[in-house]
Design a protein around this ligand. Structure first.
Ligand code: FAD
Length: 515
């Protein structure tokens, strides 16, 4: 290395550091001059450079803790008026449960949406009940509020400690989606602050293009500040059922039968189990085998199994009727007979089930680890090729975290939203949800788990399976273009209409602010 080039490298680094310092000191003074009812923090913002994925860490220059929607509007308007030269970007942060820094804003401004969650939630009863909520509210709090009126949202995620704005920017999918569609299909109205700092109320009837753009829009078109969510009468109890299959085709056939039937279960999901022993012994802690003697003879011995997970909602006075209905539905299925396990829990206990798992993992220090998750939407016509190539082949075990697989009906999705699905009537959500153990580089180290994800994606591409990523992570605009396919043009048009300077949600890495 020549001394001259060392010198010029040092100079370059110094210049960049000075530029950064100047840039962040001018950000501090310009934001301090803004009139907001909440406040900006410029230090101690490490939380905003972290997320559940725990792989990307970009510090912002400032975090806004808004008290009012007008604080968000004033901040974005300010950045908009500074023009492209400022290079400043803004990211809404819900509960920070993104996987690859999607709620981060390197050197920009992060808006801590949970500061708005203290605002009132308003439940409206009547024939078509709904609740108006601040977008920084957690779904678990919305559930508790609605239950006071005997009501609850219709469509969920498996985990409720996520914000409304965070899941509506993606989709919000769980075992109710086959019937009600994802959470983005169960919203009547939104209040949004666009990338120009305008506050706009939108719905199917009013500013419909913005409404559809924002739903599943990965935070690209505006910051959701309030949402009106559709409700239904809440059941008190849930029958929670698990059965096993050793053959993927039979498992998938039964799942598809159940999601297409008129009279069916209320929640339908599935799990893939690879190379796990003692499986049924673990279940026994919370599930009762229908036939204990037969169940005790079932040996999982490490083979690949498929677990169908179902629930039926009921109120205590309907217990006998529900038992009958459940038996009739189960009689239509072809699971391994000795593997019928049933339990009965409250509706809240069922919906908040992953939080119970979170508490256990936290106590073992297994929650705040890197999470190299991969979520895919696989067209029905390709799910068998996918299963053959991936389960028990690329995937050698599921001991680091669950692998979910379940079908949904495309008819319940609205293709005017920004969300793209595979182009078939039924598609499957397949979710690989491992945690990485830091010191381990073999079976459960981060690099190993990332390489498995890469192999799965490469396999899908080579076999032309038409798979889309859910909670997508792409690093080039070419990949984003391919992700959106024919919908890319609309996505770009909407971006130039609502966030022309590309200020919003830089962590998605779709557009770059022009400097
Ligand atoms: P954040 O991570 O804070 O933000 C996500 C993205 O949305 C960012 O780009 C951010 O800028 C943007 N954003 C946040 N708030 C707003 C807003 N108000 N307006 C506009 N943009 C905004 N998803 C499912 O669909 N089904 C599941 O069953 C499911 N289970 C999960 C379980 C766990 C344990 C975890 C960690 C995640 C799960 N997810 C699931 C994924 C989850 O829905 C998304 O990661 C979601 O974005 C997290 O919400 P958040 O509030 O933490 O959002």
């Amino acid at each position: 290395v020549k001394p001259k080039s060392i010198l010029s490298t040092i100079l370059l680094v110094c210049c960049m550091a000075i530029r950064l310092c100047l840039c962040s000191s001018s950000v501090v003074s310009s934001l301090n001059a803004l009139h907001v009812q909440g406040n900006f923090s410029f230090d101690g913002n490490e939380f905003a450079a972290n997320d559940f994925g725990n792989q990307f860490h970009f510090l912002p220059s400032a975090v806004l803790h808004p008290k009012k929607v007008s604080d968000i509007a004033a901040t974005i308007k300010h950045v908009w008026q500074m023009g492209p030269a400022s290079g400043l970007t803004v990211a809404a942060r819900g509960h920070g449960h993104s996987l690859q820094g999607q709620a981060q804003a390197p050197q920009g401004i992060v808006i801590n949406m949970e500061s708005l969650s203290g605002q009132e939630m308003q439940v409206h009863r009547g024939k078509f009940p709904y609740v108006d909520v601040p977008a920084g509210e957690l779904w678990i709090n919305i559930l508790h509020e609605c239950l006071k009126y005997g009501l609850a949202p219709k469509s969920w995620t498996d985990y409720l400690h996520l914000t409304v704005g965070g899941t509506l920017s993606n989709a919000g999918i769980s075992g109710q989606a086959f019937r009600h569609g994802p959470q983005i299909s169960n919203v009547h109205q939104l209040e949004v602050v666009t990338g120009k700092g305008e506050v706009v109320v939108c719905s199917e009837e009013k500013n419909a293009d913005l409404f559809h753009a924002v739903l599943g829009g990965l935070g690209q078109f505006g910051i959701i500040t309030r949402a009106r969510i559709s409700l239904e009468p809440a059941p008190k109890m849930v029958k929670w059922i698990r059965v096993l299959y050793s053959d993927f085709s039979t498992f998938a056939r039964d799942q598809e039968h159940l999601i297409s039937a008129e009279n069916t279960f209320d929640y339908i999901e599935g799990l893939v189990i690879v190379n796990k022993t003692g499986l049924i012994n673990n279940w026994r802690a919370s599930f009762n085998p229908e036939d204990p003697e037969q169940a005790s003879q079932f040996v999982s011995d490490g083979r690949t199994l498929f677990c169908l997970e179902l629930t039926k909602n009921f109120n205590p006075d309907e217990a006998t009727k529900i038992d009958k209905e459940m038996k009739s539905l189960l009689s239509q299925l072809s699971y391994i007979p000795s593997t019928l396990f049933v339990t009965e829990v409250s509706y809240v206990e069922f919906l908040d089930r992953v939080h119970a798992a979170e508490l256990k993992l936290r106590s073992k220090g297994l929650w705040d680890l890197p999470h190299p998750w991969l979520n895919l939407l696989v067209p029905r016509s390709k799910i068998h090729s996918f299963a053959e190539g991936v389960f028990g082949n690329i995937l050698t075990d599921t001991n680091n975290g669950p692998v979910l697989v379940y079908p949904v009906n495309k008819s319940k999705w609205d293709n005017r939203t920004s969300f793209v699905t595979p182009d078939e009537d039924i598609f499957y959500l397949v979710a690989f949800l491992p945690h990485a153990v830091p010191s381990n580089t073999e079976n459960n180290g981060l690099q190993h788990l990332l390489s498995i994800n890469k192999r799965i994606l490469n396999f899908c591409e080579a076999a032309h399976l038409g798979v889309k990523q859910y909670l997508p992570y792409h690093t080039t605009q070419e990949e984003w273009r391919a992700h959106y396919g024919p919908r890319w043009e609309v996505f770009v048009q909407r971006k130039s209409a609502y966030d022309p300077l590309a200020i919003l949600a830089p962590g998605q890495r779709i557009f770059q602010k022009a400097i």
